[in-house]
Design a protein around this ligand. Structure first.
Ligand SMILES: Nc1nc2c(ncn2[C@@H]2O[C@H](COP(=O)(O)OP(=O)(O)O)[C@@H](O)[C@H]2O)c(=O)[nH]1
Ligand SMILES: [Mg+2]
Length: 285
């Protein structure tokens, strides 16, 4: 493995479906951390990003340009995204060289718009291994609008688990753009994250309202809930933490997730604890 002299900061990969709020989170997290004097370094791994609003230590667009890939290989935007993702992964060691020796508290990595470009390409495990160097984790973002229905919520839980399974990294689930949800919706979604029985009831209700065939609907619900129950028993990624990059809520939870895993940043510890208490109050929890 390249590097690995033990001084590199731990790495958080931000993952989620297209438009879930990954890039905005990186911007807001970096800005917010400055006030705590926690040095958060950022990397853009999305060759298709139009604009990047955070300070980057490395920007993959310097290495692979989507428009050049389209021209050179005569591909449309979708094909080019896929090829670009593989080209990026193939240069993992070069990227790691660029990042070697950086002294920050934490490195946060923005990933391509579509989650499958990061999680489901053959080469991405390699990328995570090289850049993460055994000290990395995933922040998985739930889309708030999709989360409002029980079936959309469950689909994202399962997707988060598939990504966790693919990449084999500790994963925390965050409900992105929580500021866009009505208080009632927010409360309901967060309860689903904690109580499988409530989620199961909501799933049954939703599918019986939608589908005439109760038996098939019932089987689907049982299948999905069965999977979630197994995940719960295996203690894989319990819970869902509300997050708003817009209102700077939930950012302390990201920091404390990293801190619990990797330690360090001890001098600011009291600061986070106070902040987290404060945020819990804000969300009415
Ligand atoms: N209200 C609100 N909008 C957000 C928040 N985070 C992101 N957005 C918006 O969601 C859209 C997609 O965000 P982006 O970060 O580009 O998503 P990505 O594809 O996952 O990187 C943009 O229009 C953002 O302004 C948030 O916390 N609150
Ligand atoms: Mg993005």
């Amino acid at each position: 493995m390249a590097g690995g002299d033990g001084t590199n900061p731990p790495v958080l990969f931000v993952v989620g479906t297209a438009g879930a709020g990954k890039s905005t989170l990186v911007t807001s997290f970096q800005r917010w951390s400055r006030f705590l004097e926690v040095d958060v370094l950022a990397v853009n791994l999305d060759p298709g990003a139009e604009r990047v609003h955070y300070d980057t230590e490395f920007d993959v667009r310097d290495l692979v340009s989507l428009s050049e890939v389209m021209d050179e290989y005569d591909l449309g935007p979708n094909g080019a995204q896929i090829l670009a993702a593989d080209l990026v992964a193939a240069q993992a060691y070069d990227i790691q060289d660029e990042l070697e020796g950086l002294s920050g508290d934490l490195l946060i990595i923005d990933t391509p718009g579509q989650v499958e470009l990061f999680a489901f390409r053959e080469a991405s495990n390699h990328l995570v291994e090289v850049l993460g160097q055994d000290r990395s984790a995933l922040i998985f973002l739930f889309d708030p609008m999709l989360s409002r229905s029980a079936s959309g919520f469950v689909s994202q839980m399962l997707l988060s688990n598939i990504v966790h399974f693919r990449l084999g990294q500790p994963t925390a689930n965050f409900l992105s753009k929580a500021d866009l949800l009505e208080p009632d919706d927010l409360e309901r979604v967060l309860e689903w994250g904690e109580r499988l029985d409530v989620l199961e009831a909501a799933l049954f209700e939703e599918s019986s309202a939608r589908l005439a065939d109760d038996v098939a609907a019932g089987q689907r619900v049982e299948f999905a809930i069965g999977q979630l129950r197994m995940m719960e028993q295996a203690q894989i990624q319990p819970g869902l933490i509300p997050l708003s990059s817009e209102e700077e809520e939930g950012l302390a939870d990201i920091l404390s997730f990293a801190q619990n895993l990797f330690g360090g940043m001890a001098d600011t510890r009291d600061g986070f604890a106070a902040d987290i208490e404060h945020e819990r109050d804000d969300w009415g929890a």
